[in-house]
Ligand binder design. Structure first.
Ligand code: SF4
Length: 323
C-alpha cells in the first residue's frame, strides 16, 4: 500500500500520464511498473543528476542538442503521450511552456542550415508523434529542404502506447523525399499488443525503417528470457533492435537500476542463444554528456600479435593477426 501524501509529492515533482491504451494494460506488471508512479521516486542518490546526459551543455540554442558532429537532436515538443517512471529527461518533459514557438523552430532550422556537417536530424523527446500530422509535415518538409540533411529520425513511444495516431495522414507525412527512420522505445514483450502490432505493420509497409531502443530496467526486463523474447518479437515485426541502454542516472530512478555486470551477463547469454538480428548494442551514456559508449561484454584480448577470442559458448581460441 502506497502512502498517498508521498505519491502526491511524486506527481508534483515529475510528470505522470498514461494513454487509454496503456491504462487497459496496467494489469500486466511489465507495463505497470514502467508507468505507475511509486514513492520510491522520492529516493535521491548522490550520483543522480538533474541533467544526466548533459543535454544542457550541448544545447547551442533552444530546441537543439548538438553533441556529435554529424547529427543533432531537435526537440519541437517536450510533451509525451505517456510518462516513463525512469525517464532520463524527467526534469524537462511534461512541464508547461516548453514546446518551441514558430520563431524558435525557425532558429533551429537556421542552425541546421548553417552546420553542413549535420547529416542526420533526430526529432526526440518529448515525443514528436504527439504533434498533429500537419505540424509534423511542416517540420519534416523544412528539414527535407536542407540539402546536407540526408536522414530524419524520430524517437517515439506513440505507435506502441497510442497506436490509433498512426493513421493515413501521418503515414503520408512520413513518406518524404528523405529516408525516415523511427526508433520505437519498447522495454517489454507485453507491449506488443494488437493495436501496437497493427501500427508497427502500417509504418513498416509505408517504408519507415524501424529500429528498437530499450532501457535495461530492474524488475521489468532484467532477464535474458524477457529481453530475448522482446528482441525476437521486434525482429518478427520488422524492428531491428538497435540500443539496449544502461539506465541513466536521473533523479529518483535508483529502484530501476541494474549493475553493468548484470547487463553484460544478459548480453553474453543472448549472444549464445539468439540470432544476431536480435542483438542490440548495450550502451552507456556517460554521465555529464561525453556521449554513448558500447559496454557489452568483450570477446577479444591481445598478447603481442596473438589475439585470444571467446566464442558464444565461452570457449577461448587464439587468432594470429601477424600473417
Ligand atoms: S517517452 Fe521518452 S521522453 Fe517521454 S517520458 Fe518516456 S523516456 Fe521520457
Amino acid at each position: 500500500m502506497q502512502d498517498e501524501t508521498k505519491l502526491q509529492q511524486v506527481t508534483s515533482k515529475f510528470a505522470v500520464g498514461v494513454t487509454r491504451q496503456i491504462k487497459s494494460s496496467l494489469d500486466k506488471p511489465g507495463i505497470a511498473k514502467q508507468f505507475v508512479p511509486t514513492e520510491q521516486e522520492l529516493i535521491s542518490k548522490p550520483s543522480e543528476l538533474h541533467d544526466p546526459i548533459g543535454d544542457h551543455t550541448y544545447s547551442p540554442i533552444k530546441g537543439i542538442i548538438h553533441r556529435y558532429p554529424d547529427r543533432c537532436l531537435l526537440h519541437p515538443v517536450k510533451v509525451c503521450a505517456v510518462y516513463c517512471r525512469f525517464c532520463f529527461r524527467r526534469e524537462t518533459v511534461g512541464k508547461q511552456n516548453t514546446s518551441l514557438t514558430a520563431d524558435e523552430l525557425e532558429n533551429c532550422y537556421e542552425y541546421i542550415r548553417n552546420h553542413p556537417e549535420i547529416w542526420e536530424v533526430i526529432l526526440s523527446g518529448g515525443d514528436p508523434l504527439v504533434l498533429s500530422p500537419a505540424k509534423l509535415q511542416q517540420i519534416i518538409s523544412k528539414l527535407d529542404q536542407i540539402e546536407h540533411v540526408a536522414v530524419i529520425r524520430l524517437h517515439t513511444r506513440v505507435p506502441i502506447v497510442d497506436s490509433k495516431r498512426i493513421n493515413l495522414d501521418l503515414l503520408a507525412v512520413l513518406k518524404q523525399r528523405k529516408p525516415v527512420y523511427m526508433a520505437l522505445h519498447m522495454n517489454h514483450p507485453d507491449e506488443f499488443t494488437e493495436p501496437a502490432i497493427a501500427a508497427i505493420s502500417q509504418l513498416a509497409d509505408a517504408g519507415v525503417v524501424l529500429i528498437g531502443q530499450t532501457v535495461l530496467l530492474r524488475g521489468v526486463n532484467d532477464s535474458t528470457e524477457i529481453l530475448g523474447k522482446l528482441f525476437r518479437k521486434m525482429v518478427q515485426h520488422r524492428i531491428k533492435p538497435y540500443y539496449l541502454h544502461h539506465l541513466d542516472r536521473a533523479e529518483g530512478t535508483s529502484h530501476f537500476r541494474t549493475s553493468i555486470e548484470t547487463g553484460q551477463k544478459i548480453m553474453a547469454e543472448l549472444r549464445g542463444s539468439y540470432s544476431g538480428l536480435c542483438l542490440p548494442e548495450y550502451v552507456l551514456d556517460i554521465p555529464g554528456g561525453a556521449g554513448k559508449s558500447p559496454i557489452g561484454p568483450c570477446y577479444l584480448s591481445k598478447k603481442s600479435s596473438i589475439y585470444e577470442v571467446t566464442n558464444y559458448q565461452g570457449k577461448q581460441f587464439t587468432y594470429n593477426d601477424s600473417d
